[in-house]
Design a protein around this ligand. Structure first.
Ligand code: SAM
Ligand code: SF4
Length: 449
């Protein structure tokens, strides 16, 4: 409560909000939307929880570890509450959706819980909490996707745009359909208008977000298909780059694959999780695709766009995964030669089908398999980064590099980070660089002038 700010003509005392985010891009984007909403209530963001009037923890429950971290951080805010009982502490995200009222009973620090389907209710909740109301539980999903999702008003060079929410796939290990609800797509007209607004505010690159963007509006014959939506976005004046995540192999159509070959603003990078290399495991996972279908898609993608960067998610230690199954996962990784991989140890999630099966891979086996897999991928990533040496790449300059004040960083169309000597006047520019060195996690380059 340090300064006065003027908001829509009303003078309010400057109050501060601290947001801690766990989990995926969907959660990061939800945090951006929550921040935009609390800003309209007169709050400013702070990076320091000690000076916050409102603390929001945006949680993830896809695996057990982030869930435990979220509980422990909320517990730590108890001390802040002891010092200042006025501080409002809320828990948002997937843990909130799953735990609901029970969390309020279990964690005395908490003043409210807010599910991901009810983010638009945040101003109302804050108003009630400011008036002293406690124990507020707002969870569940409404029919359809809220269209009026707030757009962050600070200019963002790269912005997320939600195109659909929820998931209908029910992969047997996954809690997402339970905590994010069934699939709901936003109307294309609303999406296009949102992107136009972002571009007017200075956005050069958008990432379209959804748990399964390839099935955008699948149940609505009057709506655009996903590739048609991409084509409409491609012609928005001033937008330089388009990305999307996440894609599901069973819904990736030939038309979408071909969009990577059009040479427009769609960047040549696809994140296409495969989860496992063994058909027996894929079937138990209820993935709806085989390893052969996955490999055929990769081959097609590379025919259409030879430079395409391909990344994926993979899991080890799923119930019943034997050495032979794991070997097939390694073999698939060797065949595809991913540019990068996100790899996880299977963790049983309550309410999922797989949680009813025996978690028969020990933690040691999961750990060993994860290490073998990551070691294999590290070698592939480094080799592929080295193969880019001496090539010319287009990058969007994002800002200063973390490593040196005289170095700038940008991203290639295939999503590699490039650090290069340059000044901050380049931020937001699309420039070409020559790659001088391929490293494990990034590239070095020099501007082609
Ligand atoms: N919808 C996306 C998809 O289908 O790929 C992303 C879902 S999830 C948020 C991100 C990744 O977490 C999944 O691709 C999967 O590899 C991993 N994951 C999901 N459930 C898991 C579990 N129970 N244990 C370990 N990893 C899990
Ligand atoms: Fe979870 Fe599968 Fe849906 Fe992805 S597609 S969110 S892994 S159920």
């Amino acid at each position: 409560m340090l300064e006065k700010i003027v908001l829509s003509g009303i003078v309010t005392m400057g109050r501060r909000v601290y947001i801690k985010t766990f989990g995926c891009q969907m959660n990061e984007h939800d945090s951006e939307r929550m921040l935009a909403l609390v800003e309209t209530c007169g709050y400013q963001e702070t990076q320091n929880p000690d000076e916050a009037d409102v603390i929001l923890v945006n949680t993830c429950t896809v695996r057990e570890k982030p869930e435990q971290k979220a509980y422990s951080i909320v517990g730590r805010f108890q001390q802040l509450k002891e010092k200042n009982p006025e501080v409002i502490v809320g828990l948002a995200g997937c843990v909130a959706e799953q735990g609901g009222e029970r969390l309020l009973a279990r964690i005395p620090t908490l003043d409210f819980v807010l599910g991901p389907g009810k983010i638009h209710k945040l101003p109302e909740i804050l108003r009630d909490a400011e008036r002293g109301k406690r124990g507020i539980c707002t969870v569940g999903f409404e029919n359809g996707c809220p269209n009026n999702l707030p757009i962050p008003h600070a200019a963002q060079l790269r912005a997320y745009v939600t195109i659909m929410q929820g998931c209908d796939n029910f992969c047997s290990y996954c809690i997402v359909p339970m905590v994010r609800g069934r699939e709901r797509s936003r109307p294309s007209a609303v999406i296009l208008a949102e992107i136009e607004t972002l571009v007017r505010q200075g956005t050069k690159e958008v990432t379209l977000l959804g748990q399964n963007v390839n099935s955008y509006a699948n149940n609505d014959p009057r709506e655009l298909t996903f590739p048609q939506l991409l084509a409409k976005i491609d012609v928005i004046p001033g937008l330089e780059r388009i990305r999307f995540t996440t894609s599901h192999p069973k819904d990736l159509t030939e038309e979408t694959i071909e969009a990577f070959g059009h040479g427009g603003h769609l960047c040549e990078h696809l994140h296409l999780p495969f989860q496992a290399g063994s058909n027996a495991v894929l079937e138990r996972m209820n993935r709806g695709h085989t390893r052969e279908e996955y490999l055929a898609q990769i081959q097609r993608l590379r025919e259409v766009a030879p430079q395409i960067g391909i990344t994926a998610d993979v899991m080890v230690g799923f119930p019943g995964e034997g050495d032979e199954d794991f070997e097939q996962t390694l073999e698939l990784i060797r065949r595809v030669e991913f540019d990068g991989l996100f790899s996880f140890k299977y963790s049983p999630r309550p309410g999922t089908r797989a949680a009813r099966w025996r978690d028969d891979c020990t933690l040691e086996v999961k750990q060993r398999r994860l290490e073998v897999l990551q070691e294999l991928q590290r070698g592939i990533t480094l080799r592929k980064n080295k193969e880019l040496e001496e090539t010319i790449q287009e990058i969007l300059v994002e800002g200063r590099s973390r490593n040196s004040p005289h170095t700038m960083m940008g991203r290639t169309r295939c999503n590699r980070i490039v650090n290069f000597p340059g000044g901050s006047e380049l931020v937001g520019a699309l420039i070409t660089v020559k790659i001088t060195e391929g490293l494990q996690n990034s590239l070095r380059g020099e501007s082609c002038g």
